[in-house]
Design a protein around this ligand. Sequence first.
Ligand SMILES: C[S@@+](CC[C@H](N)C(=O)[O-])C[C@H]1O[C@@H](n2cnc3c(N)ncnc32)[C@H](O)[C@@H]1O
Length: 179
Amino acid sequence: MTLSGVAAQQYKQMTFLKRQELENSDNFLQSFHSRYPGVTSKLFAHAKIYTGFSSYDLLSEHISDEYAPLTVLDLGCGDGFLLEQLCKRKQKKHHLIGVDMSEAELHAAKKRLASQDVTLLCEKAHNLSLCDSSVDFVLSHLSFMLMNPIVDVIKELRRVLKLGGVFTAVVPGDYLFKL
Ligand SMILES: C[S@@+](CC[C@H](N)C(=O)[O-])C[C@H]1O[C@@H](n2cnc3c(N)ncnc32)[C@H](O)[C@@H]1O
């Protein structure tokens, strides 16, 4: 089997972790992402899921230049594919921040975004180093459902988002029903 075949199989396994497995999933996620950094964008960047849009497009469409400059956080940014897409689209200067707990994914993001003005932070979503009420938009692509305990992450997002700020996530279809 090819490397991407193995990664796709493991990815499927990871996405369908049971709730009890999620309790101890940090080590699994760290080891998975250090073996396959960038696997998510390789699998999903070119998949058009909705009238010609990829699932990344659905998130980046939210960031308009009309209200620039905005502070935008990509939570669980992986190899920085969504951030790069935002850099390409934006006409005006937004402050872009990527957070991920995987050093391997962040390393890939740093390479991808080497020429861009993006802040990349290696930290957990439960304990962000960002200031209170400092973020306009939080975007999260196929990451939010892996964060556990999710209530702590939601509290943290509430803390860092400005009043009227927006959180938008792409998650697997059945995730919300399991919450
Ligand atoms: C499936 S990947 C998605 C990566 C990227 N958003 C994309 O779609 O290309 C999930 C990412 O979330 C990160 N992650 C999972 N739990 C996290 C947590 N509690 N805090 C920060 N990052 C986390 C993982 O390290 C991984 O890079």
